[in-house]
Design a protein around this ligand. Sequence first.
Ligand SMILES: Nc1ncnc2c1ncn2[C@@H]1O[C@H](COP(=O)(O)OP(=O)(O)OP(=O)(O)O)[C@@H](O)[C@H]1O
Ligand SMILES: [Mg+2]
Ligand SMILES: [Zn+2]
Length: 317
Amino acid sequence: MTGVSGSGKSSLVSQVLVELVAEQLGHEIPEEEEEGEELERSVVLTTGGRIVAGMEGIKRLVRVDQKPIGRTPRSNLATYTGLFDNVRKLFAATKAARARHFDVGRFSFNVAKGRCETCEGEGFVSVELLFLPSVYAPCPTCHGARYNAKTLEIQYRGKNIAEVLGMTVDAAHAFFAEEPQVLRSLSVLREVGLGYLRLGQPATELSGGEAQRIKLATELQRVQRGNTLYILDEPTTGLHPADVDKLMTQLDGLVESGNTVILVEHDMRVVAASDWVIDIGPGAGDEGGRVVVAGTPAEVAASSASRTAPFLAEVVG
Ligand SMILES: Nc1ncnc2c1ncn2[C@@H]1O[C@H](COP(=O)(O)OP(=O)(O)OP(=O)(O)O)[C@@H](O)[C@H]1O
Ligand SMILES: [Mg+2]
Ligand SMILES: [Zn+2]
């Protein structure tokens, strides 16, 4: 979906389409914000229209944006992707863990029994200062490990759970070479160029582009049944051209697995790589909201009515 700023792309794709598809699927509207801004959302829900065809190819709706994958340091790359569940299973299955009746919950820093009591699994404590904002300091008990000493005694192939969380995706990929379940998630994360991230890196410390790629990687690692509609509004904003390439590879992967990807996009390189382009406009505000031209990138590039056409033509060979 292309068009000048203010032409109505987001209104159509991120609002109307999302609402109508969700309604047809009988879903709750996927929330854009975790904090429910009720007032704002009720205003948004005034758009109309209906879907006349095409729903047979759509069973699921997913929005992928650059918003954080979590708002607290309790969520991280490993928990979000589900990879940590499998890692915890491996720890719980060790001889030492079974002898002590430590289950998978024991290896979660969100569950009381295994985590450090002082910091409740946060790894740091807040220090109150008189007249000053409180500051965070490493936990004096676990020194950032997040777990209690008993939990840390359990090792899987010579590493405890805190050491595993400290590994980068690349290092973990080598370490878990014989664990296909874990390896699957790690491989996808590497493919999207996130091999340098630590498994335990808090969600709050990730960049927008990283958060977006983690969301896509999480989708890519699913057993693909196809028939999912992915909606992305300006996914390349702020991305380096090399990262745009990685994003395009992932989106291609989703399409190849039988899914549909709709994106609002200003990057003509991405537009040129699409199967179908819909140009909205012709102008902004009251001058917008109509389909100016729709077709293959080459067809749209040849349109005399579209303000996108000359820019697309530069890229379409
Ligand atoms: N809730 C609203 N109430 C009234 N007007 C709105 C509302 N939301 C958007 N608009 C207007 O509708 C037009 C289309 O907005 P929209 O956000 O869909 O544009 P867009 O094509 O996504 O632009 P951009 O490329 O800048 O993101 C704009 O003129 C905008 O000012
Ligand atoms: Mg927009
Ligand atoms: Zn602690």
